[in-house]
Design a binder for this molecule. Sequence first.
Ligand code: NAI
Ligand SMILES: O=C(O)C(=O)[C@H](O)COP(=O)(O)O
Length: 374
Amino acid sequence: MKIYYEDSMPYAAEFFNELGECQVFSHKTVNAAMLADADVLLVRSTTKVNANLLSQNTRLQFVATATAGTDHVDQEYLATRGIPFVSAGGCNAVAVAEYVLSAMIVTANKHSWQLADKTVGIVGAGHVGTALSSLLTVLGIKHKLCDPPLADGGDTRAFVTMDEIMQCDVITLHVPWVKEGKYQTQGMFDKHRLKQLSEQQLLINACRGEVLDNQAALELFEQGKKLNLVLDVWDNEPDIKLELIPHIALATAHIAGHTIEGKARGTEMLYLALCELWGKQADKKLSDYLPKATIGPLIVKDTQDLLKAASQLILKVYDISEDDQAFKKQADGPDQFRYIRKHYPIRREFSAIVVNAGNFVDSKAIYALGFLPL
Ligand SMILES: NC(=O)C1=CN([C@@H]2O[C@H](COP(=O)(O)OP(=O)(O)OC[C@H]3O[C@@H](n4cnc5c(N)ncnc54)[C@H](O)[C@@H]3O)[C@@H](O)[C@H]2O)C=CC1
Ligand SMILES: O=C(O)C(=O)[C@H](O)COP(=O)(O)O
């Protein structure tokens, strides 16, 4: 069996080499001829899987993406050919939730905000929205969820409307890119919604660029509107609107989900799916491959204030402002956008970091954020 996988999937050789004959490809050069003899195709979000890419292949029996988003895969086309498709929903939910927390803490420090007084509006209460909600609950930060598809489907959590979300101090978007229909997300933050935001609010987009109208944001900035935006994702990546970057409070190159755990979990999920499809015993696991963290053990300095103590720890593990500075310095076109993503430094999740909570008044809360006890 020939297994083709994208070169940006960590530990793919370790997981797949024994399952078949492996071929590695780059999304920049992959084409229909190259994939003509593939039995299995494994991608990340950078490879567009469609009729054109698969036009010379007649033997594919499995396509999968090691990502949460699936907008780069023409699933209708795969269904017409009867090719099973799997995605890695949830693989990087914790990574994105930790990215959002870092963005909130950096913003709070910059503007002397008390996060304990703020309310966060989470749009999209799937894997990422739920992971973020759990972290905010541990930290005692008030938050609201908006997810009409889940509400209509019978999810019993308390949901609010978009009008209520618009009143929140922090608004963070975690929806798929849906181009049309009842639950369309494309252009969800259009000029009208962006105009409604005040300088005291923070809007974070770490889902898909097309959910927030980038052109509208640029026009508003150019008209003098003050908006506090954190953008990890951009319209039309990797060929993004470079003129927008200087206006963005924290700007990053679609790396919110790029912890080593988040990416590698995606690979592991596809390995498990392929083993299941082929009725093979899965005998490999991610924990055998992940390196030990180079940070830590960290020590909790403050002994009383959970938010203060947690903020210090979180920024030691992941300080988004470092990514923001590097991005603003380097991003000057599509090749550079790709380069920054491909050479992203190793980032770890809280669960890889040992913390000595010492005399801290609420050590349980520290470990509930995911940190490992000493
Ligand atoms: N920046 C990054 O590195 C990453 C970006 N993503 C993006 O974030 C998205 C969300 O990720 P997950 O939480 O894992 O996906 P998910 O599928 O688990 O959750 C998405 C949620 O959005 C809800 N939703 C759909 N349409 C909506 C609408 N119109 N209004 C409100 N809610 C709506 C769905 O009902 C679902 O509960 C992905 O589709 C992907 O595009 C995900 C991971 C990493
Ligand atoms: O999982 C998703 O959805 C994402 O957006 C990924 O974090 C994107 O990562 P790449 O596939 O572009 O490496």
